[in-house]
Design a binder for this molecule. Sequence first.
Ligand code: SAM
Length: 242
Amino acid sequence: MRPYIERAEAFEGWSFPQIRTRLLEPGPPWDYEAIVRECARKAKSAVDLGTGGGEFVAHLRDALPSRMVATEEWHVNAPVARARLMPLGVDVVWCRSLQLPFAEESFDLVMNRHEELSPSDVARVLASGGCVVTQQVGNDNWQELRRFFPRMTDFGDIRAEYTAEFEEAGLTVRRNERHDYRVAYEGLGDFVFMLLVTPWTIPDFNVDRDLDALLELEDECSTADGLVLTWSRFLLVAEKPA
Ligand SMILES: C[S@@+](CC[C@H](N)C(=O)[O-])C[C@H]1O[C@@H](n2cnc3c(N)ncnc32)[C@H](O)[C@@H]1O
């Protein structure tokens, strides 16, 4: 486990080329990137919430409006995102995702992949006729873990909550889809790395203290494909009336 722990301790940005996973079932039927590209075509300004190291925004830069802002809350990643995105003409703001430091109606497009959000605050910063596109990790993600880690965080039904709150804030929800699929991690170390870099998953996760539970998980969930776990994703697209 040591190399994985050391790698996690040095982790920054948000990409995982070294983590070996294989889909055992088809991924989501939607294409988040294509949806963002489509919504960006009519946007004059956009913000990406929780941009990580800015990788996705950098990848899409040419398709995004010239007035482009990214937010990042984690102190480690804010400067990483800034270094990547400032040369591309993207402003990076170090701030909380749930309390956005922007004026009402600032953006035509709010994009958010796998970052927490406040639907009412998103609705507030969206301009009339604007659109929010978000892909989220559902509460059933890595559901196999809960048996071995009963203290795993329970986020509740955030899909239902976000949908209701967008509607309460006056937005029209255009797409609301969920997809669960099985994925194989090549080994326990790959998965432990992911647990370490997503510290919100299991409070106070510690490889030494939690080793017995990890080994039980490996025993129960390993197949010829590797360590098999469920990924759960959902997509919401909502519009603010013009
Ligand atoms: C799941 S990441 C998604 C990043 C980006 N939106 C993407 O899809 O590539 C969500 C947020 O978690 C932050 N984050 C990553 N590791 C963290 C850590 N150890 N503690 C707190 N936040 C972290 C990231 O910087 C990012 O803003």
